[in-house]
Design a protein around this ligand. Structure first.
Ligand code: CTP
Length: 403
């Protein structure tokens, strides 16, 4: 999944022959899961039609200050367009438009949108080789980058004039790749490895039976998704679950028993920066596993159980720089029990789930949690979706890491 999924991308098109590639660019952004709107300079319509772009982007295209479809009676709001955008990508960016952008000229809707946009702006120059080399063009590049805009450099090759040199707009695939990489590099967990456990564990009794629990794994999967959306490389060690995740930064390691989970977690912990253990690990398992299916005989039947290894505690004992987060599911004396676990397992943060709260716990899509930090800050949260709880948890971790 692309990091641009669900992002709002405003594509600005100016009057260069490379505008014919804008159709592919819109398609690639849509394929990456982004929402796309297009704003054009009036002259760029000579190179590509608004109809093509509105069809591909599934949104109306804007090229003047007033809406021509409504006989010029409706104003196209450039401020709204700028506010809507998470990223403004001007491709192709002609020498003329860049010179105007560099000097605050705003005689068309694209330039007015640029001046009022608060989001990151990328521009992909396209022009003939001598124009590209001209001192005034270089001055535009310098000014625009000094304002914080990001330049996607032109490539070298055959140009529309027939000459060969620098000035070809970067290919649409390279523009998307450049932006994806840049967005990833800005994310707060870029370069960090986050280890997460999720779901239940199954402890075998015989070849067909096991002891398990009702954990759906949803909370852990949401945390994995939220961490990856912040740029982290995620290792998700999960017990048996129906949850699915598709994210290029998440690597799923399926396990079955507490022992398997312990081994898998220890393979990755040393190289991790953050570990979040949200799995509902069985505390006990059958002492022996029968080789054959156990036949019914007497009216009562007992299984001798032995303790499983406490994965979280074992990490607390060996942790060095890692930030360690545990969960506590409690039904009584919640705060006291959670604080006890935070201390005894040497955690930096514990997430308390109370089964007393309606809408919280197993199998539902909402959760009500309290964050308790190692410096005894207690933050009770309202009932939220598990997606929001996961995002809040990551923000809390970032806050503690940067404190
Ligand atoms: N946990 C673990 N390994 C286990 C048991 C629990 O890693 N064998 C982790 C869970 O993933 C959770 C935390 O420990 O992050 C707390 O689990 P919980 O079952 O609430 O606490 P326990 O320590 O098992 O204590 P108790 O069952 O007595 O409440």
């Amino acid at each position: 999944m692309s990091i641009l999924k669900d992002k709002n991308i405003l594509l600005g098109i100016t009057a260069g022959i490379a505008a014919y590639k804008s159709a592919s660019l819109v398609r690639l952004f849509i394929k990456a899961g982004a929402n796309v709107k297009v704003v054009m300079t009036p002259a760029s319509k000579d190179f590509i039609t608004p109809l093509t772009l509105s069809t591909l982007s599934k949104n109306p295209v804007c090229s003047s200050f007033v809406d021509e479809e409504h006989d010029g009676e409706v104003w196209n709001n450039h401020v709204d367009l700028g506010l809507w955008a998470d990223y403004f990508v001007i491709a192709p960016a002609t020498a003329n438009t860049m010179a105007k952008m560099a000097n605050g000229v705003c005689d068309n809707i694209l330039l007015a949108t640029y001046l009022s946009a608060k989001c990151p702006v990328y521009f992909a120059p396209a022009m003939d080789l001598d124009m590209y080399k001209h001192e005034s063009t270089k001055t535009s590049f310098e000014k625009l980058t000094s304002y914080g805009n990001k330049m996607i450099p032109a490539g070298t090759g055959e140009l529309a004039s027939g000459l060969v040199g620098e000035g070809r707009m970067a290919e649409p695939e390279d523009i998307v790749g450049f932006i994806e990489k840049d967005v990833l590099n800005q994310l707060p967990l870029r370069g960090k490895k986050v280890l997460i456990t999720a779901g239940p564990t199954y402890e075998a009794i015989d070849p067909v039976r096991f002891i398990g629990n009702h954990s759906s794994g949803k909370m852990g999967f949401e945390i994995a998704n939220a961490a990856a959306n912040l740029g982290a490389e995620v290792i998700l060690v999960t017990g048996p679950t129906h949850q699915k995740i598709e994210h290029s930064l998440v690597s799923v390691k399926p396990v079955v028993s507490a022992e398997d989970m312990y081994d898998e977690v220890h393979k990755h912990f040393k190289s991790s920066d953050i570990a979040i253990l949200s799995a509902a690990v069985a505390d006990y398992r059958p002492k022996t596993i029968a080789n054959q299916k156990i036949k019914k005989k007497d009216t009562t039947f007992s299984i001798e159980l032995e303790k499983t290894k406490d994965i979280l505690k074992s990490l607390g004992e060996i942790k060095r720089e890692q930030f360690l987060v545990g969960f506590a599911l409690e039904t009584n004396n919640e705060l006291e029990h959670a604080k006890g676990k935070l201390k005894s397992k040497n955690l930096d943060l514990i997430v308390l789930n109370s089964l007393q709260d309606k809408g919280a716990g197993f199998g539902v899509s909402t959760n009500k949690v309290t964050f308790i930090t190692s410096s005894n800050d207690i933050m009770e949260q309202p009932l939220k979706s598990k997606t929001e709880v996961a995002e809040d948890l990551l923000q809390q971790i970032l806050k503690q890491l940067h404190a």
